[in-house]
Structures are given as C-alpha cells and as structure tokens.
Design a binder for this molecule. Structure first.
Ligand code: CMP
Length: 144
C-alpha cells in the first residue's frame, strides 16, 4: 500500500549534528522524501502534535524539549512506509530499542529519542497538516 508519513528529526538530532546520517538511512532504504523543512516548533504546535499526551505528567518536559531547538520535518512516501519507518526508528526509549534501529544505535533516552514518526494512517494525515500545506509536497518520479 502506497502511504505517506511524517518524520521529525527532533532537537537532539539537530544539536548532535546527526541530520545527515539520519536522512541517509531513509534514502538508503529506498523511501522517497517529498517535503522537508527546518523549523522551530512553537508551544501551540507542540500541543496539537502531542494532543494525546497534553494531560500526561511528562508533557511539560516533552514540550520544553521539542521547542528547545530547531527540528527537521519530512514527509516520506513509500510502500507501507508508516510501518517501515516505525520499524527503522525502534522502540520509543533508546534503552529498549534494538541495535540496528536509529534509536538503538544513537539514543539511550526515552525523551531525547532523536526521531518521531506517525504511528498510523490517521495520525499521519493529522500530523502532516501541522507541518505542511498540500502545496509543499513535491511530485516527482524517482529514477530507481
Ligand atoms: P514520540 O514517539 O515522538 O511521541 C511521544 C513522545 O513522548 C515520545 O516520542 C517520547 O519522546 C515522549 N514520551 C513518551 N513517554 C514518555 C515518558 N514516560 N516520559 C517522557 N517522555 C515520554
């Protein structure tokens, strides 16, 4: 099934200068990046994005982290891309994430876990709208 997902390289990825290595993994996998931008998440965007977590005890810390430095937002297309990308990220906490996954290889933290990806089709649709207008998705035919 052809799908589109939202991927964020979180503030820790930018500050640790891991952007290139992380983007390279999605390219190497053969996925198609169809939109990409660097921005600072505002508290309003954070509350939209993390609507399901706003009432949780860890939310204030999560908001201050996600707004602390720029992020890179990407829209990525591919076959079953929502699951493929979630598998590439690994478990939420870097401590539990399997070796070979992004978090398993680069993170030991639950909050500073480097990357976000939509966890389902509904979430992808909702989250993509927070970061991108429809006009920002590029249409192109990948050569390979
Ligand atoms: P993410 O998958 O981007 O979406 C929800 C985020 O909340 C998650 O990554 C973690 O960064 C964060 N998170 C989830 N559970 C906890 C927790 N118990 N304590 C702190 N942060 C958490």
């Amino acid at each position: 099934l052809m799908q589109r997902t939202l991927v964020l390289l979180k503030p820790d990825a930018v500050q640790r200068r891991l952007m290139g290595q992380l983007i390279a993994r999605f390219e190497a996998k053969g996925l198609n990046i169809v939109a990409m931008k660097m921005l600072k998440v505002t508290p309003e965007m954070a509350k939209k994005h993390y609507a399901e977590h706003v009432e949780k005890p860890f939310y204030p810390s999560l908001e201050s982290f996600i707004t602390s430095a720029p992020i890179v937002a990407m829209a990525i297309d591919g076959l079953d891309v929502i699951k493929v990308v979630r598998d590439m990220l690994g478990a939420t906490s870097g401590l539990n994430a399997a070796a070979g996954t992004i978090r398993g290889d680069f993170s030991s933290s639950r909050q500073m876990n480097l990357v976000h990806a939509s966890d389902g089709a509904e979430a992808a649709k909702r989250e993509l709208k927070i970061y991108f207008d429809d006009s920002e998705f590029c249409r192109y035919e990948p050569v390979l």
